[in-house]
Design a protein around this ligand. Structure first.
Ligand code: CO
Length: 276
């Protein structure tokens, strides 16, 4: 057994995004542009007073977007008629593949919208596959009770249980974990890129404290031990690296500059959704 340690901490940086939204970004900024296979991680907080703020219509190509909600509700709709609302505890794993054009807007309520958006890369062979949605309501996400923790398991396997998100290229693990005692040891697939992200209460790995709204990149190994007060909450996310070149331009992520130019051309010429 090899314990994973903290390689580096990244405190989130407040970043303007969408229309009138401030996100708290860790992956996808200048000093951590890619954490292969992850391309972006934003913690989104949209105060209930922020009328009209959100993410109006925009495209994606070449990767997957994962939305995970802690509070409030977001409505999504795309150009070909897919539509839905995700609320507290729900997740959506959207494989953009060759292209989607959608909007993601908060539903007005007396609750702030608080959640996460993670971008997961697709390997070259899958960048142009057909779009696919996996909408996961909170009732279908198992709570796995382990030694010293409870984990809401969105994707991957833990103690013999499996999360509802299936058939994703990078074999991801995605769990929202709450400590129930002072210490917990969790298995992590060796060789996979893995990180923790503090949501509530802060925690410690090895000798190093991880405050809230901070991402901890882990070294390789097959388990990680987290210490903290009961109630401390964090995301644990892992996936197989693609080990491919990344060429990105805003919401388009391909392997080469030529592919990005072709994507921009498809977009400008209005043939984004029917390009194959
Ligand atoms: Co989007």
């Amino acid at each position: 057994m090899t314990d994973r340690k903290i390689e580096r901490l990244y405190q989130a940086v407040a970043t303007p995004e969408g229309q009138g939204v401030t996100v708290h970004r860790t992956i996808g900024r200048q000093d951590l542009s890619v954490l292969d296979p992850f391309l972006l991680l934003d913690e989104m907080v949209l105060p209930k007073e922020a009328k009209g703020a959100g993410f109006p219509e925009h495209p994606h190509r070449g990767f997957e977007t994962v939305t995970y909600m802690l509070s409030g509700r977001m409505e999504h709709g795309d150009r070909v008629g897919n539509k839905g609302v995700i609320g507290p505890g729900d997740a959506q794993w959207m494989t953009a593949g060759r292209g989607i054009i959608h909007s993601e807007m908060p539903v007005a309520s007396d609750e702030d919208v608080h959640g996460f958006q993670l971008w997961v890369n697709l390997p070259a062979a899958k960048k142009m596959i057909s779009p696919r949605y996996q909408d996961v309501s909170k009732d279908t996400i198992p709570t796995v009770v382990g030694g010293g923790y409870e984990a809401r398991l969105v994707a991957g396997e833990l103690l013999g249980e499996a999360g509802p998100v299936r058939d994703i290229a990078v074999k991801p693990f995605f769990a929202d974990i709450t400590l129930t005692k002072g210490e917990a040891t969790l298995p992590v697939a060796p060789g996979h890129t893995a990180f923790l992200y503090g949501i509530k209460g802060g925690f410690i790995v090895g000798e190093q404290a991880v405050p809230t709204r901070t991402l901890a990149v882990l070294s390789d190994g097959d388990r990680v031990t987290v210490k903290g007060k009961p109630g401390a909450q964090f995301l644990m996310i892992a996936g197989a690296p693609t080990r491919e070149t990344v060429a990105r331009y805003g919401p388009f992520v391909m392997n080469t500059r030529e592919e990005i130019l072709a994507t921009i051309d498809d977009w400008n010429k209005g043939r984004f959704l029917d390009a194959s």
